[in-house]
Design a protein around this ligand. Structure first.
Ligand code: SME
Length: 151
């Protein structure tokens, strides 16, 4: 686990959700190589709504029954996909994407948001990075409660 990266990400957490998530998406994009998208989807009004991100413009609305992000919501479990082209209902926001890491942010076992990372390379994401993003999701879950996000 890259503790330094985790501490750096933690330092970007502050009272405002948009400011925090914006800086964290930039921080992930700068520290992980070979990404084409790094950002957040927020659970709002019965769907996943695009949050702060770095990368090309992306799908604004994702239903819970669609894509890797929808599966992450339904199963409340991290999805590390080595080849998105093999996922039938994968939503290609950027046609360059080949692998994906999607991590739920959970509060009392409810998914409130997701961290989503895309890479133009197959099998880009490691177990170590999966653990790092799960750690970031935990920090964000604590901030969610502490600062009463999304308000
Ligand atoms: N690929 C995701 C959609 C989000 S974009 O990658 C930013 C999915 O299949 O749910």
């Amino acid at each position: 686990m890259n503790e330094l990266l985790i501490r750096q990400i933690e330092s970007f957490i502050e009272e405002d959700m948009i400011a925090s998530l914006s800086n964290i998406s930039a921080c992930i994009m700068m520290n992980y190589d070979d990404l084409n998208w790094a950002g957040f989807y927020l659970v709002k009004n019965g769907e996943l709504l695009l949050g702060p991100f770095q990368g090309k413009p992306a799908c604004v609305h994702i239903p819970f029954d669609k894509g890797v992000c929808g599966k992450t919501y339904r199963e409340k479990k991290t999805q590390r996909v080595d080849d998105v082209l093999r996922i039938q209902d994968h939503i290609a926001c950027d046609s360059d994407s080949r692998s994906e890491l999607c991590v739920p942010i959970l509060i009392n076992e409810e998914c409130v948001a997701e961290i989503d990372l895309d890479s133009p390379s197959f099998s880009r994401f490691t177990e170590k990075e999966e653990k790092e993003m799960i750690q970031v999701a935990k920090l964000l879950s604590e901030a969610w409660i502490k600062y009463q996000w999304p308000n």
